[in-house]
Write a protein that binds this ligand. Structure first.
Ligand SMILES: *Cc1c(COP(=O)(O)O)cnc(C)c1O
Length: 378
């Protein structure tokens, strides 16, 4: 059912439409000038040497793990309160995801829990900047150095967010050994489907370019394959779209911040409702979703149904990965104890949130949520 107020909506202007159309009038629909330009722009935006565009954020996670030689027998520390792709990518390379608890405010990996999860088999930490809130990168990077672990930043929900370690705030994606972005239509910027990997290392960049293109070394003949690779290329159409979206990113992030502030104003008096933090010291949030926490004891299902009946979409961001039925066999019944993640995940609710959400739509959501909460707590 298509609801009147969707959970998310892409923001496509005439400029995107013109740029994509222009590509369609050329013979280059893959591996052409748009790919090159989009990668250059992404790298320049972040001040990092290499950006490698790929077909999805998940593909980016897969290739980043491969490029860091994570494989069978290795453990990768990940959050469970996040999108399933994080664990799937680790399993895809034959490694084991080890879940660690989250911080109750930022909803990101708790560095203390990460430290406790380290074993002699730990090879990497996959740090997710959940909902666009930067993780505690200073502490996590120091911890990783101390244990000689690689760090992959999953910045799929956080392009444009900044974290201040010493001195100037830096963009997320510039801290770890590699960073991954995702451009699905619900993200802050989109290429339809798509993603990218950032790295400062030229050899790793070349490896990533080979892996995404069937193991062809850069510049090699089309039918010469130096290693087993994948088709994780991003089309010229997608790159043309991404180039314009990236140019508009900062303006789009301003719209999202304003929408988040309006929600917090509209919802501030609802009893027991926990709102996402608007400000956190040393952090600039890139607003991906607006997720509230329902009061203890309120039925989330009944709130979702009540809102849906009024044409308002909501989302359960995120059911913990370690409880997903599809992963049980792969997780081999290892006991996982994440009481904080589970208790938070039971109460989270994502509200409709996109660049062009209207004040009247937000007021409708706030009113409906307030009424639904009264019923849901009876
Ligand atoms: C969106 C997202 C991804 C990538 O998703 P794709 O659909 O594969 O582009 C990866 N990790 C997280 C945390 C995400 O939110």
């Amino acid at each position: 059912m298509k609801l009147q107020i969707p959970l998310s909506a892409p923001d496509i202007s005439d400029e995107e439409i013109e740029c994509v159309t222009r590509v369609l009038r050329t013979p280059d629909l893959s591996l052409g000038p748009e790919l090159h330009a989009f990668e250059e722009a992404l790298a320049a935006y972040h001040g990092v040497e290499h950006a490698i565009a790929v077909s999805s954020g998940t593909a980016g996670l897969h290739l980043a793990l491969l490029a860091l030689d994570v494989g069978t027998g290795d453990e990768v520390i990940v959050p469970s309160f996040t999108f399933i792709a994080v664990a799937n990518a680790v399993l895809q390379v034959g490694a084991t995801p080890v879940f660690a608890e989250i911080d109750p405010v930022t909803l990101n990996l708790d560095p203390t829990a990460v430290e406790q999860a380290v074993t002699p088999r730990t090879k990497a930490v996959l740090v997710v900047h959940t909902f666009g809130v930067p993780a505690q990168m200073d502490v996590l990077m120091a911890l990783a150095r101390r244990h000689r672990l690689s760090v992959i930043e999953d910045a799929c929900e956080a392009i444009g967010a900044r974290f201040e370690d010493t001195g100037q705030p830096r963009l997320v994606g510039t801290f770890g050994d590699m960073a991954v972005f995702g451009f699905y239509p619900n993200k802050q910027m989109t290429t339809g489907e798509g993603g990218a990997v950032l790295t400062r290392d030229a050899a790793r960049a070349a490896r990533l370019r080979s892996l995404r293109n069937q193991g062809r070394r850069p510049g090699a003949n089309w039918l010469d394959h130096a290693e087993i690779g994948y088709n994780y290329r991003l089309s010229e159409l997608a790159c043309a779209l991404g180039k314009v979206q990236l140019k508009r990113l900062d303006a789009m992030l301003d719209l999202r911040r304003a929408a988040a502030e309006r929600y917090s104003q509209l919802l501030k008096d609802l009893p027991g409702l926990v709102l996402p933090p608007l400000e956190l010291p040393g952090r600039t949030i890139s607003w991906f979703v607006y997720v509230v926490r329902l009061p203890e004891g309120a039925s989330r299902d009944s709130v979702q149904i009540a809102l849906r009946d009024r044409g308002i979409a909501t989302g359960r961001y995120f059911p913990p990965i370690h409880l997903q039925p599809g992963l049980q066999a792969a997780l081999k019944g290892e006991p996982v104890s994440l009481p904080r993640s589970e208790s938070i995940a039971r109460r989270t609710l994502a509200l409709p949130f996109f660049n062009r959400i209207e004040v009247s739509q937000q007021a409708t959501v706030a009113l409906a949520l307030g009424e639904a909460l009264v019923v849901a707590q009876r």
